[in-house]
Design a protein around this ligand. Structure first.
Ligand code: FES
Length: 115
């Protein structure tokens, strides 16, 4: 790490997506992305990134991101877009449209609310 404020940081990835994997018991009052069906969706996402050979796209399984009742949730950087996919087709669309062609999928975007 340099002390020089002029150094440039080269992004490692063009897109870095984080998907919440937190699993709480089904009756938990906060809910959870795991209970809402996240794990197979993120598994599919990872498989598609690999299938389409997108080395500049990364997916990281993450812990709770604080908006549990809205899950399953993923957030995509650098834009900071939050998606709520619920089906394999939703995942396919995010990969095809956003990750491969740079067009966000508006119908799956959510704006989590801070309380
Ligand atoms: S459990 Fe997924 S955001 Fe909290």
């Amino acid at each position: 790490m340099s002390d020089d404020a002029d150094f440039e940081l080269t992004p490692l990835y063009r897109i870095h997506a984080f998907g919440c994997m937190t699993q709480r018991p089904p009756a938990h009052p906060r809910g959870s992305c795991g209970t809402a069906g996240a794990p197979p969706l993120w598994e599919r996402l990872g498989q598609l990134i690999e299938k389409h050979q997108l080395p500049d796209v990364a997916f990281t399984a993450a812990g709770c991101m604080g908006f549990c009742a809205a899950g399953p949730l993923m957030v995509v950087y650098p834009e900071g877009i939050w998606y709520r996919p619920t089906t394999p087709d939703d995942i396919d669309e995010i990969v095809d449209s956003h990750f491969r062609n740079g067009r966000r999928v508006d119908r799956l975007i959510v704006v989590p609310q801070r309380r």
